[in-house]
Design a protein around this ligand. Structure first.
Ligand SMILES: NC(=O)c1ccc[n+]([C@@H]2O[C@H](COP(=O)([O-])OP(=O)(O)OC[C@H]3O[C@@H](n4cnc5c(N)ncnc54)[C@H](O)[C@@H]3O)[C@@H](O)[C@H]2O)c1
Length: 215
């Protein structure tokens, strides 16, 4: 491969979501089959041994797109010269908690990571915040990276809400998901979100099927 590798950071790489996305990034599903990546995985020090296990598994895969894999537990090393960041590491919701209940714990993490983006990452870095509440964490992170990394380089992964609503409509209408379009989610990525199915377009074969009587 002739292209220079991207340095791609995944935080919380020893956790459930991190573990499931590192392989997709490493094997070319995200940046393409001809784009090498150096995967940098950050987690907290108590997870160092798990991180090492993930690192060994990725090495064992012998993936042509994986130009290197690093497991680290300090932010300076993790954010150094990165081109892309998937900020997954956060405290997950426990039973009975809403996404917004995580705010106090997670604001600290995203403040610190915003500063690390500003101090150590390439100024062109693109950031996807996954840790919940994702949109609020993205705002916090962008605020602390301001002046170095432009606001437009930050995204929050709220698409899950859209996908859930689309999948539910498809199930109820008994059509493939591909036949459901124009579902909108309004509000915050927490309990004030409002799935708007009124403007949905659903077809069975070529026949429009929306709104149904049960809507
Ligand atoms: N936006 C979405 O659509 C979406 C979907 C699923 C999960 N999530 C969120 O993603 C986050 C991770 O979920 P999970 O199921 O993988 O949780 P998990 O508990 O399995 O993993 C979280 C990992 O983050 C690590 N971590 C904690 N603080 C860290 C820090 N300061 N720096 C680096 N790593 C740190 C933990 O040690 C752990 O390994 C949660 O906030 C969850 O709510 C978001």
């Amino acid at each position: 491969m002739t292209k220079a590798p991207f340095r791609v950071l995944v935080t919380g790489a020893a956790g459930q979501i991190g573990y499931s996305i590192v392989l997709q990034i490493a094997k070319g599903d995200v940046f393409g089959p001809d784009q090498p990546v150096v995967l940098v995985m950050l987690d907290i020090p108590p997870m160092a041994a798990v991180l090492e296990g993930v690192q060994m598994e990725l090495i064992d895969c012998a993936l042509p797109t994986l130009a290197g894999v690093e497991g680290v537990t300090n932010e300076e090393q993790a954010f150094k010269d990165i081109d892309f960041a998937f900020l997954v590491g956060a405290m997950p919701r426990r039973e009975g908690m809403e996404r917004k209940d995580l705010l106090a714990a997670n604001v600290k993490i995203f403040k610190s990571q915003g500063r690390s983006l500003a101090n150590f990452a390439k100024p062109t870095v693109k950031v996807l915040v996954v840790g919940n509440p994702a949109n609020t964490n993205a705002l916090v992170c962008a605020k602390y990276a301001a002046g170095k990394v432009p606001l437009r380089n930050f995204s929050a992964m709220t698409r899950l809400d859209h996908n859930r609503a689309t999948a539910q409509i498809a199930l109820h209408a008994n059509v493939p998901v591909a036949n459901v379009k124009n579902v909108i989610i309004w509000g915050n990525h927490s309990s004030t979100q409002f799935p708007d199915a009124r403007h949905a377009k659903v077809v069975k074969g070529t026949i429009p099927l929306w709104p149904p009587t049960w809507f």
